[in-house]
Design a protein around this ligand. Structure first.
Ligand code: DER
Length: 225
């Protein structure tokens, strides 16, 4: 319950950053759910905004809550992107991808002038890596790609859904979760992974966060440059 309130506080606080006429990147996850719900209320009260969703789930919430949508054929850049994270360290480096949407989330974050991270207070860490790092890989030859990742000193675990079938992302790819334990140099590790044949992208969002909103059960804390 406390964590729900913390997520709700962070999600709702972020909506005050959205100004009339903005195009906004819409992240994915249960914290984003609260942002979408609040944004829908503001749209109902007259706010003009257009969003680009980072997942089918977020697209469904946009339709449910009445948030108008657009796409990258219509906008040159996003004024703002708002998204959750699985871990945030003290340099605001992120691990994302718990919700399986990291590839589109990173495209959206990279397209935004400002990238705002909304987390409950359980996500802040001194060092990244306790959360298994999601890495999206192509299905073709995934066993070979996984073998290449093993050479970085970790055993990737192919993500499966509740029916124990291999999880398939919105991009029709697979995800492996990599338990590095602690990640002292996220920039280098991302580059080492990203360059491997078969790897699409990683859940390391390095030097991308412009603002972090931390939700507590009874308040929010905003960190910005
Ligand atoms: O998958 C993602 O990157 C999501 O943003 C996710 O990590 C955050 O999930 P939560 O808001 O449901 O905790």
């Amino acid at each position: 319950k406390d964590q729900d309130n913390a997520k709700k506080n962070a999600g709702e606080a972020s909506v005050s950053l959205i100004e009339n006429g903005m195009t906004v990147g819409l992240g994915t996850g249960s914290t984003v759910y609260w942002m979408m719900r609040k944004l829908g209320e503001r749209v109902a009260n007259g706010l003009e905004v257009q969003g680009i969703p980072s997942s089918r789930q977020t697209e469904a919430w946009a339709n449910e809550f009445g948030v108008p949508l657009t796409d990258f054929s219509q906008v040159k850049e996003l004024d703002l992107a708002i998204d959750g994270a699985d871990e945030v360290d003290q340099q605001w480096q992120l691990i994302k991808g718990g919700g399986g949407a990291l590839v589109r989330e990173k495209i959206i974050a990279a397209a935004a002038r400002k990238f705002v991270v909304i987390v409950d207070d359980s996500k802040t860490v001194t060092q990244l890596g306790a959360f298994p790092l999601p890495v999206e890989i192509l299905p073709f030859g995934w066993e070979m790609t996984t073998a290449r990742i093993v050479e970085l000193g970790v055993t990737p675990v192919i993500r499966r859904n509740d029916a124990n079938d291999i999880f398939v992302s919105d991009n029709s790819n697979y995800i492996v979760d990599c338990r590095f334990g602690s990640i002292t140099d996220p920039k280098t590790l991302h580059q080492q992974l990203k360059q491997l044949t078969g790897v699409v992208d990683t859940g390391l969002f390095v030097d991308m966060s412009d603002k972090v909103i931390i939700g507590h059960p009874d308040r929010t804390e905003t960190l910005s440059e």
